[in-house]
Write a protein that binds this ligand. Structure first.
Ligand SMILES: Cc1ncc(COP(=O)(O)O)c(C=O)c1O
Length: 417
C-alpha cells in the first residue's frame, strides 16, 4: 500500500475503525497518538464480542464444554501470536497484561530467588540497558540491580540518539548477564540496530531482552532469526485490546525466570508447606488470564498480517518522511532521529515554545498528539531536548492528516511566539 492508496481502498480501511469517524472540538478527528495506543478495527472488536457472547468461561480447569472451548480459544490465540512473531519450536509465549508486565516478569524473574535458591543475577554481575528505553525497560532493571547486588550499565546513544556496536562492545564483559534494548525508541522514534546489538550481546554470553512495543505493529519481527532470549510487546499498540500483551522467549531462557505471580493455575501440586510449579507457559501465568484480550490480540495479529508488514512499513515511511520534511521547513523546529529508517514516530521540539501548548492548540483543531517526556525522561535529558511533541502514525492515517498536522503546528507556533 502506498501513502495514498486508491480512495475506495482507503475508505474501506477507515471504515474498519469507527472511532475515527467523529468530530473533536468541531473538527474531524486526526488521531496521531498511535505510539501510546492504536485504535481497534471491527475485525478485532467482532472477535472479542464473538468470544464474549458465545464462549466466555474460565479456562484450563473446567470439564464442561464451554470451559474447554474457552481453553481452546486461548491456546489458539497463543499459537497465532507465536506465529505472528516468528516463534519457533524452541520458543514459548506467556500472556501478560502488556509490555510493562512482560519486562517486569523478566527483570524480577531473573533477580528473585525461588524456594531458597538464588536468582539468576547476583552480586558482581552486570546488567546493560540501552539509553533509549521507555521507563518500563529501565526502572525494572534498576530495581533488579539493587535487589541482586548487580551493577547497572547504560549503553548511551550519541548526540543524534543513535546506538553503536562499538560502544556496546566496550561495555560487554564476562560479567554481563543481561542486555535490554528497544527495537524503536518511543520518545525519539529511533529505530535501533537491534539485530546486530542483540547478536553481539548474546555472543558475549548475556541474556538478551527486546522491547518490541513500538515495532511489532508494522515490522515483521522474526524471532527465530534474532539473537533474542526475551521479547515483550502490547496488543493495544498493534490494533488490539488494552490489558493484554506477551512475553515470548526461548524456553531455556523462560525456564530461568522465577515466577512472580503465585497462585492458581501455575502450580502442579500444593501442600500446606510448599508447591510444585507447573511447566511453561502456565508456570508464569498465575491466576485467571485476560482470555478475551488474548483472542483480540490474535485477531489484531491477523489484521496486521492481512495488510502485510511490508505494505505497512512503506505506508508509514511515506507519511513520516512528509511529516519530517514539513516540520523541518518550519523555523525553529528540530525533529529527533529525523533520518532513522522505518519508524512511525515523529518527535520534535520547537525553540521557545512548550510542547504542552502546542498539543493543546492542536487538540483544539481535532488533532491528537502526545506531549512531554513519553516515559523516557533519561533519554530526553541526555539528548538535551527536554519534553517533545510526538505525532505517531498508523495504517489508517493519510497524507491529508499529515498536512493538517503541519498547518496546525505552524498555526500554534504563530499564536505562541
Ligand atoms: C517502547 C515502549 N516500551 C514499553 C511501553 C509500555 O507499554 P505498556 O504500557 O503497554 O505496558 C511503551 C508504551 O508506550 C513503549 O512505547
Amino acid at each position: 500500500m502506498s501513502a495514498e492508496p486508491a480512495l475506495a481502498h482507503r475508505a474501506a480501511l477507515r471504515a474498519q475503525f469507527p472511532i475515527l469517524a467523529q468530530r473533536i472540538n468541531g473538527q474531524s478527528l486526526v488521531y496521531l497518538d498511535n505510539a501510546a495506543t492504536t485504535q481497534m478495527p471491527l475485525a478485532v472488536l467482532d472477535a472479542t464480542r464473538q468470544f464474549e457472547t458465545t464462549t466466555r468461561a474460565n479456562i484450563h480447569r473446567g470439564v464442561h464444554t464451554l470451559s474447554q472451548r474457552a481453553t481452546d480459544a486461548f491456546e489458539a490465540a497463543r499459537t497465532s501470536v507465536k506465529r505472528f512473531v516468528g516463534a519457533g519450536e524452541e520458543h514459548e509465549l506467556v500472556f501478560t497484561s502488556g509490555t510493562t508486565e512482560a519486562l517486569n516478569l523478566v527483570a524480577q524473574g531473573l533477580s528473585h530467588g525461588l524456594d531458597g535458591r538464588a536468582g539468576a543475577i547476583g552480586p558482581g554481575d552486570e546488567i546493560i540497558v540501552s539509553g533509549l528505553e521507555h521507563h518500563a525497560n529501565l526502572v525494572p532493571w534498576q530495581q533488579a540491580a539493587r535487589r541482586s547486588g548487580a551493577t547497572l550499565r547504560i549503553l548511551l546513544p550519541d548526540a543524534q540518539g543513535q546506538l553503536h556496536e562499538d560502544a556496546l562492545a566496550r561495555l560487554l564483559s564476562p560479567r554481563s548477564r543481561v542486555f535490554a534494548l528497544t527495537a524503536c525508541a518511543n520518545a525519539s522514534g529511533e529505530r535501533s540496530p537491534y539485530e546486530a546489538l542483540l547478536a553481539l550481546a548474546q555472543e558475549a554470553g548475556a541474556l538478551t531482552v527486546l522491547d518490541a512495543a513500538q515495532a511489532v505493529s508494522h515490522s515483521a519481527m522474526q524471532l527465530d532469526t534474532l539473537a533474542c532470549d526475551f521479547m515483550a510487546f502490547s496488543a493495544h499498540k498493534m490494533y488490539g485490546p488494552m490489558g493484554i500483551g506477551a512475553l515470548v522467549g526461548r524456553r531455556a531462557a523462560l525456564e530461568r525466570l522465577t515466577p512472580v505471580r503465585f497462585g492458581g493455575d501455575m502450580v502442579q501440586s500444593v501442600s500446606y508447606q510448599g508447591a510444585v510449579f507447573a511447566e511453561l507457559p502456565a508456570r508464569l501465568e498465575g491466576g485467571t488470564p485476560n482470555v478475551t484480550g488474548a483472542v483480540g490480540m490474535a485477531a489484531a495479529a491477523s489484521f496486521i498480517e492481512s495488510i502485510g508488514q511490508h505494505a505497512l512499513e512503506t505506508h508509514l515511511a511515506d507519511l513520516r518522511q512528509r511529516a519530517v520534511r514539513g516540520l523541518q521547513q518550519i523555523d525553529g523546529i528540530t525533529v529527533l532521529s529525523a533520518q532513522t529508517p522505518v519508524s512511525a514516530i515523529v518527535s520534535f521540539v520547537v525553540q521557545g515554545v512548550h510542547p504542552h501548548d502546542i498539543g493543546t492548540l492542536l487538540d483544539a483543531r481535532g488533532i491528537a498528539v502526545r506531549t512531554g517526556h513519553h516515559c523516557a525522561q533519561p533519554l530526553l535529558d541526555h539528548l538535551g531536548t527536554g519534553p517533545t511533541t510526538r505525532a505517531s502514525l498508523a495504517i489508517y492515517n493519510t497524507l491529508d492528516e499529515v498536512e493538517r498536522l503541519l498547518s496546525g503546528v505552524s498555526h500554534a507556533i504563530g499564536v505562541l511566539r
